[in-house]
Design a protein around this ligand. Structure first.
Ligand code: IMP
Ligand code: MG
Length: 176
């Protein structure tokens, strides 16, 4: 498979993702047992992960979305985080789980957590499917992490390269 003339190599298969999503959902359901949970998906990359994750969660789950822009150009992501779509829900006193596809430099999630904390949720936790740990530029780790992956650009399962590759069922890295 190719995107923009670059070859894709499989990194994580659909079945490995499925298993991991179940594992994450089990842990989250346990930690939030008996509590209502508001899951906040960060558009667009998280939408497939979120759809699979929330269907594995037990208990009462509500969904909302935010979209942030971090001035992505091609394969680079920079620090400036701008909210381009706001929540439609008031999160004060709610149990909130932010769900994103991947944590890379950590700037996006850190900025989101700082901004949403000011709205005084009861609990605010974060969940990512992928973590490029070695790329971290700020001191932040998600509360729930699926896979730690090497410093390679990945696509599929919601993740894109300039809007391409989101609908692939497995996760691939772009060969350079
Ligand atoms: P951070 O602020 O550097 O942690 O960037 C997080 C965001 O960058 C994610 O929500 C993704 O949208 C994007 N991103 C980082 N690495 C990749 C990648 O390998 N593939 C696709 N998107 C990525
Ligand atoms: Mg994203």
């Amino acid at each position: 498979m190719e995107i923009k003339g670059k070859e894709l190599e499989i990194l994580i298969s659909e079945s490995e993702i499925k298993e991991k999503v179940k594992e994450l959902a089990k842990q989250i359901s346990k930690d939030f047992k008996g509590k209502e949970l508001l899951v906040v998906g960060i558009l667009k990359g998280s939408f497939i992960f979120l759809a699979d994750l929330v269907r594995e969660l037990e208990g009462k789950v509500f969904i909302d979305f935010m979209q942030v822009s971090s001035y992505h150009t091609e394969m680079e992501s920079f620090g400036e985080v701008i909210f381009v779509k706001e929540l439609t829900t008031d999160i004060k006193d709610k149990n909130v789980l932010i769900v994103d596809d991947i944590i890379d430099t950590g700037k996006t999630l850190k900025a989101l957590v700082e901004a949403l904390s000011l709205r005084e949720p009861k609990i605010l936790k974060t969940c990512v499917l992928l973590d490029k740990k070695e790329r971290r530029e700020v001191d932040y780790d998600a509360d729930y992490t699926g896979f730690i992956i090497p410093d390679k650009f990945v696509v599929g399962y919601g993740l894109d390269w300039a809007e391409e590759g989101r609908t692939l069922k497995d996760i691939y890295y772009v060969k350079v």
